[in-house]
Design a protein around this ligand. Structure first.
Ligand SMILES: [Fe+2]
Length: 386
């Protein structure tokens, strides 16, 4: 038996969706807005959010201090501010970092009895949620799909480890998702590509994991078709609202897909390069994806057949080739060596990297059970481009 949750309680999609903020039910009418850095403010986008809130009588506070790939310190600082302000809505406004930070702050605001990330890791069931506040997410990039996923990734820079706060019954899925393409038009090409490749990786890994099910399959297929078609358009024509909307829909669908099944070895390796060398999550997945496809297809006939199906949905036959061509078109580096040039350091860290890959939360759901030897070989291929 599996509990399925197909997105936020309410989802608003399309140009002008931001107006839905005015209808958020609230008693105190206070909103705490979490952003990743001041960029949304500088672009004038925060003003669009606060205007909608103010039109409905909300007061608001904004936090622009969250770094890309949020750290525990930023979350803890936000929680303190939230406790003082007592909002009834916490709004994650930005990319996955802002949305994940908002969700994490919400968990600790609701539960003052917890004071560390370890305390909220599964199998712990988070005690209170939605007692003090609810969460609304407004993505400004098409990547993580955090506006509809049941997890929040928070980094511990001291241990060089990422914690995935999650709840298997879906209680961490935001109450409201507002998906308005106007906010993603300002994303630069490199960010559009990295985020978009992350979303495509979510769709592909969701489709081949043994935990895939009819619900996740439907979402993964939709995400893949919409994402594959719209990502190159978003990269080349950033103001194309139709393509931006399709790509946001794809990342959201892919997020819901993997939330209802799992990811795989591509994320296991991407997380490892992210935590060890600071490679951005989307870019790391973009580099690793074809190697993971080749590995799984070569070791598992079901995975190979499913990859072929995905290629077929976009009129092709070889998914590995499709991804390699797409990466080339989008300017994604072919091998991790281009991003981590110190080969001696990489070689010296290999044992540690293998350990991290095998311990990663995404690895066990891969179609092929990965041995240490296979992880080592795969890391080498990803690094050298072999
Ligand atoms: Fe991802």
């Amino acid at each position: 038996m599996r509990q399925i949750k197909l997105g936020a309680e309410k989802m608003f999609f399309g140009e002008g969706a931001i107006a839905a903020l005015a209808d958020l039910p609230a008693r105190r009418k206070r909103a705490y807005i979490v952003m990743s850095g001041p960029i949304q403010k500088d672009l004038g986008q925060l003003g669009m959010v606060t205007e909608a809130l103010e039109s409905a009588g909300f007061t608001w506070r904004a936090n622009t201090d969250v770094e890309p790939e949020p750290c525990w310190e930023s979350v803890a600082k936000g929680v303190e501010e939230i406790r003082a302000f007592e909002p009834d809505w916490i709004i994650g406004f930005g990319g996955g970092s802002a949305m994940d930070a908002a969700k994490a702050m919400w968990v600790f605001y609701e539960n003052p009895q917890y004071s560390s990330l370890e305390e909220v890791m599964p199998p712990t069931v988070i005690e209170h949620l939605k007692v003090k506040a609810r969460v609304c997410c407004i993505p400004t990039s098409a990547g993580t799909g955090s506006e509809c996923t049941r997890a929040a990734l928070i980094k511990d820079p001291v241990q060089k480890r990422k914690y995935s706060i999650r709840d298997y019954s879906g209680r961490l899925v935001p109450d409201v998702a507002i998906i308005d393409p106007v906010f993603s038009t300002t994303m630069p090409r490199s960010g559009t590509v990295a985020c978009g490749m992350d979303a495509l990786t979510h769709a592909i890994e969701s489709y081949v994991t043994p935990l895939a099910n009819p619900f996740s399959d439907a979402l993964a297929i939709g995400a893949w078709i919409y994402g594959y078609k719209s990502l190159p358009i978003c990269a080349d024509d950033p103001d194309n609202l139709g393509a931006r909307g399709d790509m946001l829909a794809a990342s959201c669908l892919a997020g819901i897909a993997f939330s209802n099944c799992a990811l795989g070895i591509c994320h296991g390796i991407a997380h490892t390069f992210g935590a060890t060398y600071g490679i951005g999550h989307g870019l790391a997945n973009a580099v690793v994806l074809p190697y993971s496809i080749a590995f799984n297809a070569g070791n598992d006939t079901r995975a190979a057949a499913r990859y072929e199906e995905l290629a077929g949905f976009v009129g092709k036959s070889d998914l590995h080739r499709v991804i390699v061509d797409l990466r080339k078109e989008l300017g994604v580096p072919h091998a991790m060596q281009q991003l981590v040039p110190d080969t001696a350091e990489f070689e010296a860290s290999l044992d540690e990297l293998v350990e991290k890959v095998l311990a990663d939360v995404a690895t066990p759901a891969n179609p092929v059970e990965v041995t240490a030897e296979q992880a080592r070989d795969l890391l080498h291929r990803v690094y050298c481009g072999a």
